[in-house]
Ligand binder design. Sequence first.
Ligand SMILES: Nc1ncnc2c1ncn2[C@@H]1O[C@H](COP(=O)(O)OP(=O)(O)OP(=O)(O)O)[C@@H](O)[C@H]1O
Ligand SMILES: [Mg+2]
Length: 454
Amino acid sequence: MTRILVIEDDSLVSRTIAAHLKKKGYEVKLAESGEEGLELYREFRPELTLLDIKLPDINGLEVLRQLKQLDKNAAVVVMTAFDDMKTTVEAIKSGAFEYLVKPLDYLELDLTMEKAFQLKALEEKVSYLIEEKQKEYQIDNIIGRSPQMREVFKIIGSVANTRANVLVQGESGTGKELVAKAIHYSSPWRDEPFIVINCSALPDTILESELFGHVKGAFTDAVTETRGKFEIAGKGTLFLDEIGDISPNLQSKLLRVIETRDFMKVGGEKILKTEARIIAATNQNLKELVNQGKFREDLYYRLKVVEIWLPPLRERKEDIPDLVAYLLEKINRDLKKNVKKVPPEVMEYLINRPWRGNVRELENALTRAVILAKGDVILKENLPFEPEEKSAGEPGFQMPKELVPLWEVEKRYIQYVLEATKGSKTKACQILGISRPTLDKKIKDYNLRVETTD
Ligand SMILES: Nc1ncnc2c1ncn2[C@@H]1O[C@H](COP(=O)(O)OP(=O)(O)OP(=O)(O)O)[C@@H](O)[C@H]1O
Ligand SMILES: [Mg+2]
């Protein structure tokens, strides 16, 4: 039964309220003073408290503050007289859910309580989810005891409590996002948002409005004003994935935000402030991009206040057995299976694979082997067999390993054709079967690299 506490010194009023609430099926307890109310709150743990602002002993506002100290999610509805609006405003500021004017209108009381319960349920759900995330992304969930990984843990530990920007570099699938989340969720700002933006997945203009938001009418599709991720992130973390892919235009805008903490929405005039910490990641060599003039050097230095290099899996083979055990636990839990045995020759095979897709590839290979297993053993025949020579030779166009939107495939394929034709747009148009203006538009929209030869 839902528990409700009524703190009210006028016993006639409180008994009438109690009668109404009991009729509605609530369990009700009454307190006649602030002191008694606080005491009852501790043992009764009500889901909602109705609090009179004028009490004989402690001021109602003070009771409210103490209730909130006892339980920051306490749902408190304040009851007030008409001539007491100043205190009412104070009460709302101190975290009261709502105020009701006496004498109470019971229909209003019922509606208010319903709203309060809905909000409480939502708050509980959110804190549960945050807690789950925090558990999932603890540093213990990053597996590795090789010297390179120990170094990574050391940096995570020392950077988590600071606001420094971090640049995470490493091949695809080495755990860059995992490390970024570990930093965020072990920082004092772990209750604030962790927001991921994939800089290569979005055309320039969309990325800009994702980052900074836009005002109504800023462009054709801007029918309402939106908040950008820099605003939504609060004091949390903005994870800029594939940072090497952002256009020169956005590079300079990003530099400005990092330097001044100021930004404006697309089409907007008001200057907004951001407090977010930036963690950027890339699987390209950013220094190399700087040398080639494709990435601003000043931005590069602003991003890599702290740098983390994640080693490829083939350079830390000693971590593979631990990873296999950890991943098998996780996969079996997700798939509700129990395939955890790895014969020595299979482990040997796993240790010596090149794993060009690193931990992600290992995870995918094991998932497949678990699904295909007949008994409780991982069999070599169920692991993908990929001869070394194939990956060493000319790769050809590779479909993305992850599931991506159609335009992402188009973007990568056009880039691939442009490279194959050594920048000849005429040839590229013939191969792609599209007109020159269409190609030019796509190059611009997708921000493709092209060394034009015609
Ligand atoms: N050291 C590790 N311990 C446990 N799991 C790991 C580790 N490194 C990576 N993983 C797992 O491998 C998968 C890929 O990791 P993640 O997405 O962080 O890689 P990434 O470097 O961001 O890859 P990409 O460059 O392709 O975006 C995830 O499922 C992650 O949980
Ligand atoms: Mg990633």
